[in-house]
Design a protein around this ligand. Structure first.
Ligand code: SF4
Length: 341
């Protein structure tokens, strides 16, 4: 059980929009030798949302739902097929290489696998110095001061002991602290954390989540926290977005979504067990039943309909549901919430 207190809900209306995503599609073309184009993998298919200054958002969903492709598009690693991503009012697709460099210096990235994310033949000092050199911090004394400050913040103490170490000499938790220090070293305004604790031992997960939350509060960071584990989101997020088959199917403030989930997929996720365990194998249920759909040929209408316990034939399998707002700030893409006139 994670021992952290929930993030207090905050009003976002008066806060500046930092990131604005509008009708984003990220598709990958499938080509077969001799036949040319045979289809598209619609990894992200019409996603829109905004992130405000100092706001934390969690994006949850099963593996293969498109959350990693969405994250890579936000980081500028994938180009949108259509739609747009604006950071502080600037359209990422229109940035020059130099401006993209500016963007990357304002966006930190915490990877899922800390060992894979760290170059094995570089010391902690070199790993943390690299972004400063690329970021044109010319004074070596300033670089070492900033490295020490970042290491102190992520509690890699005593700093002198860790500076000469290589990644393989560190525990998983210490490696993730180095990854977080590297993400923070350019003092970003925005952080993307991709399943930052899923590959760590249970004993260090709480510490890393507490560390991330402490950094978010002290640096007033906007954060997108990507996870498949709903048990941690209330400790790290103000709003939750639920993703299914390339779409966001429910968006709400964290307490509203956890206390009153509306979309049948969210309800199924919340009744599932986040950590299947051999000890509860007899009672463990596959939640929701069935496999996530193909992103090449997704089901017609609502993409969740082949797995949905509330499926309405002739409606759900015919037309894709738009977003309805059954209560203020709580959006859901499901025909059950179509207003009755
Ligand atoms: Fe289920 Fe229909 Fe709602 Fe889709 S639109 S989640 S199939 S009830």
């Amino acid at each position: 059980m994670i021992e952290l207190t929930a993030v207090p809900s905050a009003q976002t209306q008066n806060r500046k929009v930092v990131l604005a995503i509008d009708d984003l599609h990220v598709w990958f073309e499938l080509r077969r030798f001799g036949f040319g184009h045979v289809g598209d993998v619609k990894a992200v298919d019409g996603v829109s949302f905004e992130v405000h200054a100092a706001e934390t958002i969690a994006i949850v969903g099963e593996s293969g739902c498109g959350k990693s492709s969405l994250m890579k598009a936000i980081l500028g690693l994938y180009k949108p097929t259509t739609g747009s991503i604006h950071f502080e009012g600037r359209d990422l697709s229109k940035l020059t290489a130099k401006e993209m460099h500016w963007y990357h210096s304002h966006v930190g990235y915490v990877q899922q696998d800390p060992y894979g994310a760290l170059p094995p033949f570089m010391t902690v000092q070199k790993i943390l110095e690299e972004p400063l050199i690329v970021g044109n911090v010319k004074d070596s004394k300033e670089r070492i001061q900033r490295i020490r400050k970042a290491m102190d913040e992520v509690k890699l103490n005593p700093v002198d002991d860790f500076l000469p170490k290589f990644p393989h000499m560190l525990s998983g938790g210490q490696q993730q602290r180095v990854v977080i220090a590297r993400a923070m070293i350019m003092e970003p305004r925005f952080l993307v954390a991709d399943e930052p604790v899923s590959m760590l031992d249970a004993s260090v997960r709480v510490e890393i989540l507490k560390l991330l939350r402490g950094l978010q509060e002290s640096h007033h960071l906007s954060v997108i926290y990507i996870t498949h584990d709903l048990s941690t989101v209330s400790y790290f997020s103000e709003r939750i977005f639920v993703m299914y088959a390339g779409n966001l199917v429910e968006k709400a403030p964290v307490r509203q979504l956890l206390d009153n989930p509306l979309h049948p997929y969210t309800v199924a996720l919340l009744t599932g067990t986040s950590e299947p365990d051999a000890r509860n194998a007899e009672t463990f249920k596959e939640i929701p039943p069935g496999e996530p759909p193909s992103l090449v040929n997704p089901p017609s209408g609502c993409r969740f309909h082949p797995r949905c316990s509330k499926f309405m034939p002739g409606i759900c399998d015919v037309k894709e549901p738009p977003e309805f707002e059954p209560e203020p700030g709580h959006l859901v893409a499901c025909w059950l919430y179509e207003p009755k006139n």
